[in-house]
Design a protein around this ligand. Structure first.
Ligand code: FES
Length: 292
């Protein structure tokens, strides 16, 4: 029996399609080169907020445009519809900047879907802009028709954005469950003397893989999964950031403080789960999930 290829099946096929890989590669590289690690990039990722800023910003624009259509259908004051339309357009600029920044640090299958999401939204943006121009010139009917078309195309973009967030887990925290998999209390991890000095290694604690770094008798332990897209933190670089020892994820450069796992730089916005440590008299390192 042939199955109906619904929108999810089409989006799944889009993930596997290599047709647009070249422009995807070129654009992602250009964005990463232009937007170097730093305050602006962290702001666009949503690091100060602790979660991505693109989704809530996108909701504002979509809400404005949906409300414009409702006002049009209700025959309300055209000035109110114009105001909402323009508000959505102004808000689309930071929304696009944040989305493009997040997109440039995704993996290829996510970038393919994100690229079509972006093209749909750019088309919608063009239609809404044309609608505003038509309305300002007094052409109300064509202006409304352009808005409806924009909403239809923007709806496709929003659907793909949902696929990206919920099916492909772009923007989700990939390390939150780690501490829940470890029973409460202290657990033996390994002997201190078995850890190399100043070089991160991976150690297992039940189902969980941990990032472990020894410096003298101090041992820093984090979940080894990067919260951004689950990169292996023990393969990362060690750096100092404003006097804090940190680890830089080898995949997209998220930087976490060793002392508490907090995010110094994105694209990750959620902290790396941290484990408290203590040293037993026989030289065994014990760990338990940290409170931060
Ligand atoms: S997996 Fe992307 S920064 Fe770590």
């Amino acid at each position: 029996m042939r199955r109906f290829a619904g929108p999810v099946a089409l989006a799944d096929r889009l993930e596997k399609s290599k047709a647009m890989d070249k422009p995807v590669r070129v654009l992602a590289k250009a964005v990463r080169q232009r937007l170097r690690p730093g305050r602006l990039r962290d702001l666009l990722h949503g690091v100060p907020l602790g979660e991505p800023v693109h989704p809530p910003l996108a909701t504002v624009s979509l809400g404005c445009w949906l409300s414009t259509a409702v006002l049009d259908l209700a025959g309300a004051d055209p000035r109110a519809a114009r105001l909402l339309l323009a508000t959505g357009l102004v808000n689309a600029l930071p929304t696009a900047a944040a989305g493009l920044t997040d997109w440039s640090s995704l993996h290829r299958e996510q970038q393919r879907v994100g690229f079509v999401h972006m093209l749909s939204n750019l088309t919608a943006l063009g239609l809404f802009s044309a609608s505003l121009v038509a309305r300002v010139r007094g052409s109300e009917r064509p202006g409304r028709a352009l808005s409806y078309a924009g909403l239809a195309v923007g709806g496709l973009g929003a659907y793909l954005g949902g696929h990206l967030a919920y099916r492909q887990a772009a923007g989700a925290n990939h390390a939150p469950q780690v501490t829940h998999l470890v029973p409460l209390g202290w657990h033996d991890l390994c002997l201190l003397r078995d850890l190399p000095e100043g070089r991160p290694v991976a150690r297992r604690l039940g189902y969980i893989q941990l990032f472990v770094l020894r410096r003298g008798e101090n041992v820093s332990v984090l979940a080894d999964r990067c919260p951004h897209l689950a990169g292996p933190l023990h393969q990362g670089r060690l750096v100092m950031e404003n006097g804090d020892p940190c680890v830089v994820c080898p995949w997209h450069g998220s930087t976490f403080r060793l002392i508490d796992g907090s995010v110094k730089h994105g694209p990750a916005t959620a902290p790396a789960p941290m484990f408290e440590t203590r040293l037993r008299r026989d030289g065994t390192i014990q760990v338990r999930p940290g409170l931060t």
